[in-house]
Ligand binder design. Structure first.
Ligand code: DX5
Ligand code: ZN
Length: 210
């Protein structure tokens, strides 16, 4: 089991009426990254929050801001999310055409670049972009909502990405997002994940992280 994994609580399941308290809860609960799910109502059905909300919480903490863009045209919002305090900017492979250009754009503004895949996208689709990214976010639920059940088949992608990283000497972190709770956490840690995102399980107080 990878005990050095990073916990990244997802704001999606937090109390938006008390974001200051939420940041404290993440810090006290062992979170090292704040996972910020940006939804545009097009790539996924809901709309969440964006740059102005991020700007308000950025001064409250030194934690890493891990922005997960579930939006179409991610290329239009890279610089503004960096200016709002994003450390990692992750976009969806399915939402873009010029993946390489977007990764360059993220790096040029000084952030780390991540790529994410939905459950129906295979790791093989990422072949040409893996040498250039700092993070691969494996979605273990269909994006758009918190509180869904982890799809077990998706966990195999973590081990495959780990193997590819070793074979080629790549540098990306492997992150997992969706349905991580006390029952599924050992599965994703065993598969070799570096970052575990948790929304509903963390904020309900169910998740035991040590
Ligand atoms: C879903 C989001 C997730 C979500 C995870 O589309 O990307 O980050 O917050 O929530 P849980 O941990 O409840 O599955
Ligand atoms: Zn997410």
């Amino acid at each position: 089991m990878n005990n050095n994994a990073i916990l990244a609580p997802s704001l999606l399941s937090a109390d938006f009426a008390d974001l200051g308290g939420v940041i404290k809860m993440i810090e006290n609960g062992g979170g090292k990254w704040v996972h910020i799910d940006v939804m545009d109502g097009v790539f996924v059905p809901q709309i969440t929050y964006g740059q102005p909300v991020m700007k308000c919480i950025r001064p409250l903490t030194e934690l890493v801001f891990d922005v997960h863009l579930m939006t179409v045209h991610p290329e239009n919002m890279i610089e503004s999310f960096r200016n709002a305090g994003a450390d990692y900017i992750t976009f969806h492979w399915e939402a873009a055409v010029h993946h390489h250009r977007i990764v360059q754009q993220i790096h040029e503004c000084g952030a780390k670049a991540g790529i994410s895949i939905v459950p129906s996208t295979p790791v093989a689709a990422l072949e040409c972009i893996l040498p250039y990214v700092d993070l691969v976010l494996v979605m273990t639920v269909n994006p758009g909502f918190g509180g869904q059940k982890l799809i077990p088949d998706c966990v195999d992608k973590i081990a495959l990405l780990k193997k590819i990283r070793e074979q080629h000497g790549y540098n990306y972190k492997i992150s997992v997002d969706g349905g991580v709770n006390n029952k599924t956490l050992p599965l994703v840690l065993d598969a070799g994940v570096d970052v575990a995102v948790s929304g509903s399980s963390f904020f309900s107080g169910e998740l035991k992280w040590s």
